[in-house]
Design a protein around this ligand. Structure first.
Ligand SMILES: C[S@@+](CC[C@H](N)C(=O)[O-])C[C@H]1O[C@@H](n2cnc3c(N)ncnc32)[C@H](O)[C@@H]1O
Length: 218
């Protein structure tokens, strides 16, 4: 998968690219490219933002700057999916992650300041995604959240342990979440569930599915 991220802070991604799961799939199943809007701005002095028409607080990421970056990389508006990260977008869920992970090429546009000039959302992006109903200072963390969630779904990101889980229950790898315990089996009288210590994978599998169902919000 080719994943392109447009950002004003590309170096923020250094940590992410050193960590699993991204590090495990990078350069192989995941071709992650980071583009800085400032490298493409047609304005002087590296300007990328401007005051909002009509006044108001903060600055806005200019549409001509975003368009210049997109044009330089793709030679025009690409025919693959271009997702703008905004607090008002469609909320990110595991189902949305699966959908994004199935794309061969994907572009994420992140903003800073007061966000994008609205024309970016209308004319340059194909859809908008929010990582939650709150407002962060920039789109870098949302882009990293999306990148991490996608990378986990690529086959090469599976650790040996999760591969083992999958071997006795493909369903469990599909995003279900159940409680995890590790050694010691008992600590201060707090015991791990006996079923997990039983070595009986069929019973463990059933217990995990049940726990997962109990955890899923109705
Ligand atoms: C300070 S926010 C812009 C807030 C803007 N006034 C608004 O309410 O949409 C700057 C940028 O951070 C990113 N961002 C902030 N919160 C986000 C969220 N929950 N999901 C996705 N992107 C977010 C977006 O790219 C946004 O344009």
């Amino acid at each position: 998968m080719q994943l392109d991220v447009f950002t004003l802070v590309p170096h923020a991604f250094a940590w992410l690219t050193e960590q699993r799961p991204v590090a495990a799939v990078l350069g192989d199943e995941l071709d992650l490219r980071l583009f800085n809007y400032r490298d493409f701005t047609p304005l002087t002095g590296g300007q990328v933002d401007d005051e909002p028409y009509g006044g108001g607080a903060g600055m806005v990421l200019r549409v001509d700057v975003v368009a210049a970056a997109v044009d330089a990389v793709y030679g025009g508006i690409p025919d693959h999916r271009v997702v703008a990260l905004t607090p008002q977008g469609r909320q990110l869920t595991q189902a949305v992650v699966e959908e994004l992970a199935a794309e061969e090429r994907l572009t994420l546009l992140s903003a800073r300041f007061e966000g994008f000039d609205e024309r970016v959302l209308i004319h340059l992006a194909s859809d908008a995604i929010s990582i939650g109903p709150y407002v962060l200072s920039g789109g870098e963390l949302p882009a990293m959240v999306v990148t991490d969630a996608i990378a986990r779904r690529l086959p090469g990101a599976l650790s040996e342990e999760s591969g083992l889980v999958e071997s006795f229950s493909a369903e469990l790898e599909g995003g279900l979440e159940y409680p995890h315990y590790t050694r010691p089996a008992e600590f201060r009288g707090w015991r791990a569930p006996d079923v997990l210590l039983s070595g009986d994978h069929r019973r463990i599998d059933e217990w995990r599915k049940e726990q997962s169902r109990l955890r899923t919000p109705q």
